[in-house]
Design a protein around this ligand. Structure first.
Ligand SMILES: Nc1ncnc2c1ncn2[C@@H]1O[C@H](COP(=O)(O)OP(=O)(O)OP(=O)(O)O)[C@@H](O)[C@H]1O
Ligand SMILES: [Mg+2]
Length: 354
């Protein structure tokens, strides 16, 4: 057996990339989460070739200081946690400091960013384990991250990517999940310059400046009572919104809110089912079971409900860090969650208020 060796950084990052960003949609998710963490109120996504040729996310968030641009592309470099204690109560979407490093190992990455206080933007490029100098560039306040030719240097991975149409569909799904979770942020999605989604925020009354509201960022029913139903309607359809009930219930530190379809509106597949825990889209067996059970007596077993539901709970009662793409969670008290989701839905579905 050969002797034990430390793996070179590029190879480590390429291995991590396989887990963190198995396809363009996963890279898009990481980029959107970074933009949201930066306090952006407007996010523009531009794709080419289903996201394989080009993924560009532009935001108007806080930006990255020029001296930190090289760090942003390095593994385990993050501005979001500094200690193990931080890890227990992170409110931000990212904290491992490996998303951009992984992307830079398997694609050509360009970061362009400007902080408000700087007179102009700065840019860095990276690919195949090397980084360019940081050079001046033109950009409004915020950041653009550009990923070109995903997996250009790892052909075995690239072979696993599907057709352009399929990769685009994955990207769109990721985009919709994130746009649903943040109705106070404006989003748009373009593919080869064709606008696919344009999701504005609600026009606000004159006395409330956009920034002061959106910076509070935490999604909650109270913050989004107007914006959320509109965003849900824009993404799921008017038909859904018209035949869905509003859900909003608080009990024992838990809150469930959103919209769920009445039996008159059902689907042949599960494609219109969105469940978020503390603002994060997740799939969970216990939650899925609770929802199925709530619909059991009112929906034909071959039909599926449509819903957009948000469960908010104290962060220490749920571990979001059990899955590399953070799409699964572990509940500390799963039975209580099951009961809460089941009873809330069963009640609201049996006595719809509208
Ligand atoms: N759009 C952005 N706006 C402002 N800062 C950003 C943006 N994207 C990345 N950054 C900075 O770059 C750092 C590295 O980003 P990266 O996504 O690699 O790691 P992370 O978000 O800290 O953790 P994770 O790997 O879990 O996503 C972030 O901590 C942040 O400081
Ligand atoms: Mg990140």
């Amino acid at each position: 057996m050969p002797s034990i060796q430390l793996l070179p950084d590029l190879l480590i990052n390429q291995i991590a990339a396989g887990e963190v960003i198995e396809r363009p949609a996963a890279a898009l998710k990481e980029m959107l989460e970074n933009s949201l963490d930066s306090g952006a109120t407007e996010i523009i996504v531009q794709l080419e070739g289903g996201g394989v040729k080009l993924l560009r996310v532009r935001d108007n968030g806080s930006g990255i200081a020029p001296e930190e641009l090289p760090l942003a592309l390095m593994r385990h470099a993050t501005s979001k946690i500094a200690s193990l204690a931080d890890l227990q109560r992170v409110a931000s979407m990212g904290f491992r400091g490996e998303a951009l490093a992984s992307m830079a190992a398997v694609a050509q990455v360009t970061l362009t960013s400007r902080k408000t206080e700087n007179p102009h933007a700065w840019q860095i490029q990276s690919g195949d384990g090397t980084q360019s100098e940081v050079i001046p560039a033109a950009h409004a306040q915020g950041t653009s991250v550009e990923i070109r030719e995903l997996y250009f240097n790892t052909p075995a991975r690239r072979k696993f990517l599907k057709s352009e149409a399929t990769e685009l569909a994955y990207c769109e799904e990721t985009f919709k999940r994130i746009a649903l979770s943040r109705p106070e942020v404006a989003f748009s999605l373009q593919h080869h310059n064709r606008i696919i989604w344009q999701l504005p925020t609600l026009p606000r009354s004159g006395d409330a400046p956009l920034a002061s509201i959106s910076q509070t960022s935490e999604a909650s029913w109270e913050n989004n009572a107007d914006a959320l139903p509109k965003r849900i309607e824009a993404i799921l359809s008017k038909e859904f919104a018209q035949s869905a009930v509003l859900v909003s219930r608080k009990a024992a530190g838990l809150q469930l809110y959103g919209m769920a379809s009445l039996p008159a509106y059902s689907k042949a597949s599960r494609d219109a089912q969105y469940f978020f825990v503390n603002g994060r889209f997740i799939r969970d067996k216990i939650v899925a079971h609770a929802i199925r059970q709530a619909y059991q007596d009112i929906l034909h077993h071959q039909r599926h409900p449509a819903f957009v539901l948000f469960l908010d709970m104290p962060p220490e009662l749920v571990d979001v860090n059990v899955h590399p793409a953070k799409s699964e969670v572990r509940f500390r008290e799963s039975q209580a969650i099951h009961q809460f989701v089941f009873h809330t839905l069963q009640q609201v579905l049996s006595a719809p208020t509208q």
